[in-house]
Design a protein around this ligand. Structure first.
Ligand code: ADP
Ligand code: MG
Length: 352
């Protein structure tokens, strides 16, 4: 094919468009897990069970007890850019759900064997949709949804070649569940691999739910060696509430690690990787952590949705703040103030 022999411009087939989109969203089994967990949480689930086989490559089954999908909407759920979560640009600007792009199920369906089994409150029984054939048949289950994904990347062998060992893929899947579990203590999570229970975090309630979940997921030591963070910005939203709130826990200097593997940051309930937040947090440790030591923390930010754009990255792991300085300061001050308390107390002890 020479560059001079021009080919006509054509629309890509639908299936191929989805496969291309899948390349952006689905890197490995853990990416599917993340999308399916988002969906279960958006559906109001209180218990989510994940069953995996071969690190998720052979099977990912996510079962929830959420609102379910009515029979007539099951095929729509698999369509590209079909969503129940937003309907207008205005909705997008203030989106409160994890999903809104209507892409995940269509993308996954184009690169794996998928089935949806669901039942709503008013259905006399469940319905199961086979993603490949489109066949819809009656089935049995309580209210909620089961999404089954088999043979991931069977259609895209190039992607399959990049997969690591089952153990590594499983670890990534568990990490995806951990990230969700840390922000939703009110929801119970269980992870099974090859029929064995690998992790289970029971739903927590009451005032201590967040700390309880942190202890369950990250260990008691994380709580023992960290201090509570709470910070509200002086700047206010239109409704009079602080434009930024930061809470969670910041590890004391003693808990710092060689690797940055215990740093969790959330913006409006969504796990994010963000330089502004990580730099803000790190700068709270400037005078106590030297060299390459990495602080540990779990920080939750509540930011005015009008001041943060979540539609930056297909997987939504990155966000863009309208005023990143404001966010940086809130995180830094939040962590600094929290860390200063125990130091002040120690200094007082020493002077007695
Ligand atoms: P999005 O989450 O961006 O809307 P998805 O492709 O992930 O797009 O899902 C498409 C639609 O299918 C969702 O908008 C929702 O209505 C429905 N759906 C998907 N998963 C579930 C679930 N576990 N429970 C209830 N509804 C679901
Ligand atoms: Mg989704």
């Amino acid at each position: 094919q020479t560059p001079t022999a021009r080919r006509p411009i054509r629309d890509l087939p639908d299936e191929l468009i989805s496969q291309i989109a899948a390349g952006e969203v689905v890197e490995r089994p853990a990416s599917v897990v993340r999308e399916l967990l988002d969906n279960a949480l958006d559906a109001g689930a209180s218990q989510i069970t994940l069953r995996l086989s071969a690190g998720g490559v052979r099977l990912i089954l996510v079962e929830d007890d959420g609102l379910g999908i009515p029979r007539e909407e099951l095929p729509v759920a698999l369509r590209r850019h079909a969503t129940s979560k937003i309907a207008s640009l205005q909705d997008l600007e203030s989106v409160g759900t994890m999903g809104f792009r209507g892409e995940a199920l269509a993308a996954i369906n184009s690169i794996a064997d998928m089935s949806l089994l669901s039942r709503t409150e008013s259905d006399p029984h469940a319905w199961q949709l086979d993603g490949r054939s489109g066949e819809l048949k009656p089935a049995a289950r309580a209210r909620g949804t089961s999404v089954e994904v088999r043979e991931l990347f069977y259609a895209t062998p190039a992607r399959r070649k990049f997969l690591k060992t089952d153990a590594t893929e499983l670890a990534h899947c568990v990490e995806a569940v951990r990230r969700h579990a840390l922000v939703r203590p009110d929801v119970g999570f269980a992870v099974w691999h090859e029929g064995k229970l690998v992790e289970q975090w029971r739903a927590c309630s009451g005032e201590n739910a967040q700390d309880q979940r942190l202890a369950d997921v990250l260990g008691e030591e994380f709580i023992r060696k960290s201090v509570a963070v709470y910070y509200e910005s002086a700047a206010l939203r239109e409704d009079g509430s602080p434009s930024i709130k930061v809470w969670g826990r910041a590890g004391i200097a003693d808990a710092a690690r060689a690797r940055a593997d215990l740093q969790f940051a959330y913006v409006n309930g969504r796990y994010v990787r963000d330089k502004v937040i990580s730099h803000g947090a790190r700068s709270a440790y400037d005078d106590v952590l030297h060299g390459q030591r990495q602080p540990v923390y779990a920080l939750y930010l509540d930011v005015d949705p009008a001041r943060v754009d979540v539609n930056v990255h297909p997987t939504k792991i990155e966000v863009r703040f309208r005023d990143s300085r404001e966010v940086h300061q809130a995180v830094r001050h939040g962590a600094e103030n929290a860390l200063a308390l125990p130091r002040a107390a120690l200094a007082e002890l020493g002077s007695e």
